[in-house]
Design a protein around this ligand. Structure first.
Ligand code: TMP
Length: 215
């Protein structure tokens, strides 16, 4: 689809709670972009660089000791700082399209909604670490039945330290995602993930095209 050419130099992020089919949809969009001859960098958070992937390991491993929400938050932003300087900014400056599986909206949702960290504190770190870098488009994959998406995730997930939180944690995370999307409709598109893989992919391509073709 040639219309995807408009994605060059754009920063696109995917968000959503566990089990909504995010990784599959990231892969399909990246394939469509490559097919449309767009230079694309596919990456993820936490992670995306050697140091950031090492921090991911620290974040997701299980410990007897409780990791404080503040330590978790700072580790996420430490990884993000590396990721932005080594991968995201250079790619955008080179005119490539960056597609990232999760970014700072996940911190608002999981650490803010899930763990109860003040959103204002997250905002301060966002400004410190990112300057004015924000995604051009954030696709929030949504399934209203959180219990259903979590049960899907159990079948495919790794059961990492964050994935094993209780239902209410993910319900709070989902609420934050939707609130952020509703508050800024030009940057966000909420995608109903309760359809076939192909239908969701088509909806995402439409959303991307619509967002960037409008200029
Ligand atoms: P993944 O399942 O998408 O690979 O993400 C790994 C876990 O990290 C997932 O449970 C969500 C969590 N996470 C946060 O809690 N805050 C964040 O800012 C990010 C990027 C991920």
């Amino acid at each position: 689809m040639n219309s995807l050419k408009v994605c060059s130099g754009k920063f696109i992020t995917f968000e959503g709670i566990e089990g909504v089919g995010k990784s599959t949809q990231v892969k399909l969009l990246v394939e469509a972009l490559i097919k449309a001859d767009v230079e694309v960098v596919a990456t993820r958070e936490p992670g995306g660089t050697e140091i950031a992937e090492a921090i991911r390991g620290v974040l997701l491993r299980h410990y007897q000791e409780k990791m404080t929400p503040t330590a978790e938050l700072l580790l996420l932003f430490a990884a993000r700082s590396q990721h932005i300087s080594a991968v995201i900014k250079p790619a955008l400056q080179a005119g490539k399209c960056v597609v990232c599986d999760r970014f700072t909206d996940a911190t608002y949702a999981y650490q803010g909604g899930g763990r109860g960290i003040y959103l204002q504190n997250i905002l301060q770190l966002e400004n410190l670490v990112q300057g004015d870098l924000r995604p051009d488009l954030t696709l929030v994959l949504d399934m209203p039945d959180v219990n259903f998406s979590l049960s899907r995730a159990k079948g495919i997930g790794t059961g990492d330290r964050i994935e094993i939180e209780e239902l209410s944690f993910f319900e709070r995370a989902r609420k934050i995602y939707l609130a952020r999307a509703n508050g800024n409709p030009s940057r966000y598109r909420v995608i109903d993930a309760n359809h076939s893989i192909e239908e969701v992919n088509q909806e995402i391509i439409r959303a991307v095209d619509e967002r960037f073709s409008a200029g």
